[in-house]
Design a protein around this ligand. Structure first.
Ligand code: NAP
Ligand code: GLV
Length: 311
């Protein structure tokens, strides 16, 4: 088996190469370098450079060492099966990130004036603690379902939305346009964990915000292009939204003068909610490579990307 690897992180690639070589002692594993057009059976690729050549080297499948394949889909030839990570330890990390943001919203930490005196703050927290509060999670996949389940287990009224019907313990699950409206009407905190597709791009816009309870919190940990930036600023300005926690931005890294970076009611983190954990990701890729090498069909693997759905 010939395995070709590329991510922009050379040091991390070196570790992956070492582990893959140990797991597959008879395989030939290498990191792609400019001009490498040599044959390979499988490629493990994230953020490939423009001159990465896909055709003509005999590739049988491409693996993504991440969950979202929106950047890979336009460049990987349609004839090549694309397989992404399916959780691989990211759900637990994402759960912590989202739970932190949602619990801050539930407590009202971002709403209480930090300059107010002790007694005033206690009175404000009392009022905030008695508010009606529910959370909505957009996307109930490998990440969204465990995140929604964990929020429900914390005792929060939790709603979830997916393309096809789902059942998640403790979570009221919705589908379709009417289901989305029902979820939005109850989402004092709205969490986005959808894949970026033509149907979900720009979904977080003024129209959607207008369906949320006034003063809702937004948590976007999926992709920056889900969000219409100007509509977020306007919704914060007019009070429709109280606060936004954004792990992803339309352009990463953002320009130093990006209006979100110093906005008092936006918390930005640099795409760190669920970084691929190496050990479980390696184990998952190795198991899938073994399955393929033993004759399994790529389309039978968890994480196989269905191009008609776009995720
Ligand atoms: P996934 O397993 O493919 O789940 C996607 C979910 O979204 C599914 O429940 C799917 O519905 C639903 N969905 C897709 N299109 C929809 C539509 N048009 N209407 C309603 N629901 C729709 O993906 P995942 O592994 O959970 O990852 C989700 C996203 O998180 C990734 O694509 C990536 O962008 C982002 N991510 C971010 C980080 C970070 O560090 N910030 C890390 C990892 C991933 P069905 O279940 O019916 O198919
Ligand atoms: C990270 O954003 C991923 O999609 O894995």
């Amino acid at each position: 088996m010939r395995l070709l690897l590329w991510t922009p992180d050379a040091a991390e690639d070196a570790v992956w190469l070492e582990h893959l070589a140990a797991l597959f002692p008879r395989a030939r594993v290498r990191r792609w370098s400019p001009g490498d057009d040599a044959p390979a059976d499988y490629a493990l690729v994230w953020r490939p450079p423009a001159d990465f050549r896909w055709d003509g080297r005999g590739l049988r499948a491409v693996f993504a060492p991440g969950a979202g394949v929106d950047a890979l889909l336009p460049v990987v030839p349609a004839a090549l099966p694309l397989v992404r990570l399916d959780d691989a330890g990211m759900a637990a990390l994402m759960t912590r990130y989202v739970a932190h943001a949602v619990l801050r919203a539930r407590l009202g930490c971002d709403l209480v004036a930090p300059s107010a005196d002790w007694a005033t703050q206690r009175a404000q927290y009392d009022v905030l603690g008695e508010r009606d509060f529910a959370v909505g999670v957009l996307g109930l996949g490998a990440l969204g379902a465990p995140v929604a389940g964990a929020l429900a287990a914390l005792g929060l009224e939790t709603h979830g939305w997916s393309r096809t019907p789902k059942s998640v313990p403790g979570v009221t699950c919705h589908v379709g346009a009417a289901g989305l409206d029902a979820l939005l009407a109850r989402s004092h905190a709205l969490v986005n964990l959808l894949p970026l597709t033509p149907l979900t791009e720009n979904l977080l816009d003024a129209r959607l915000f207008s369906k949320l309870p006034r003063g809702a919190h937004l948590v976007n940990a999926a992709r920056g292009a889900h969000l219409v930036d100007a509509d977020l600023l306007a919704a914060l300005e007019d009070g429709r939204l109280a606060h936004a926690t954004l792990d992803v931005l339309r352009t990463e890294p953002p320009a130093p003068d990006h209006p979100f970076l110093r906005h008092p009611r936006i918390t930005v983190t640099p795409h760190v909610a669920a970084r691929t954990p190496r050990a479980p990701a390696l184990a998952q890729v190795a198991a899938k490579l073994s399955a393929l090498a033993s004759g399994a069909s790529a389309s039978a693997l968890p994480g196989y990307v269905d191009r008609t759905r776009g995720y």
